[in-house]
Design a protein around this ligand. Structure first.
Ligand code: ZN
Length: 211
């Protein structure tokens, strides 16, 4: 994949994820490895629907030096670079603010994967990385410490998720599966509670989720 193709793929994928509600406005960001030294990343706080391949930032993996792109690189560029360096088998790193998995990050616990496809593509349980403010090296470090070769999703406390894949398509599949597993977790938790109006309303909201 050349640089142009990588930037086009990042734009296409960002729009698709925004369409599905996984980025929440201008939140979230994604990175795609171009080669051993460079990666493409979405620009900071940009409207995904107005973005062109020329806006996508091309950075060095080791120093984050910007080599191309009109935009200012995402504040989570350091997080993505750390993840891509720790997982040479992954080409793509997608950070989402996906609704239900992000709600789960209010809880301080890992999210177990129950479905067969989720267990195969993500791993046994998605860990909860300790809280740190967005865009800090502290957050990149908290996620970096949890990276394992057999885990393709990570939750960040009070924030969102990082999903990995051998390709951008695989990373997006991880995003969708993670959301489904978070919805299923809340449904199980609510079903374990005594009947109540809150229980009924929450179940109704989860069933209305477009996923
Ligand atoms: Zn974020």
């Amino acid at each position: 994949m050349n640089t142009r193709q990588a930037c086009e793929a990042v734009v296409r994928t960002a729009v698709a994820l925004a369409d599905q509600g996984y980025l929440a406005g201008v939140g979230g960001n994604l990175a795609l490895r171009i080669d051993a030294e460079r990666f493409a990343v979405t620009p900071s706080a940009s409207d995904y629907y107005a973005m062109s391949p020329d806006d996508i930032c091309v950075l060095r993996l080791d120093t984050l030096e910007q080599l191309a792109g009109h935009g200012k690189p995402s504040v989570e560029s350091g997080l993505h670079a750390g993840v891509l360096k720790a997982r040479p088998d992954c080409m793509a790193s997608v950070h989402t603010h996906q609704p239900v998995a992000s709600a789960f990050t209010l809880l301080d616990r890992p999210l177990p994967m129950q479905g067969e496809e989720a267990r195969r593509l993500i791993g046994e349980a998605v860990p909860m990385c300790a809280y740190a403010p967005s865009g800090t090296s502290w957050l990149a470090s908290n996620v970096g410490k949890r990276i394992r070769p057999d885990l393709n999703a990570y939750l960040m406390r009070n924030h969102g998720a990082v999903c990995l894949g051998a390709t951008l398509e695989d990373a997006c599949r991880v995003v969708r599966l993670l959301e489904q597993e978070a919805i299923a977790w809340f449904q199980r938790a609510l079903n374990a509670q005594p009947e109540s109006r809150l229980h009924q309303r929450a179940l109704h909201c989860l069933e209305e989720d477009p996923q």
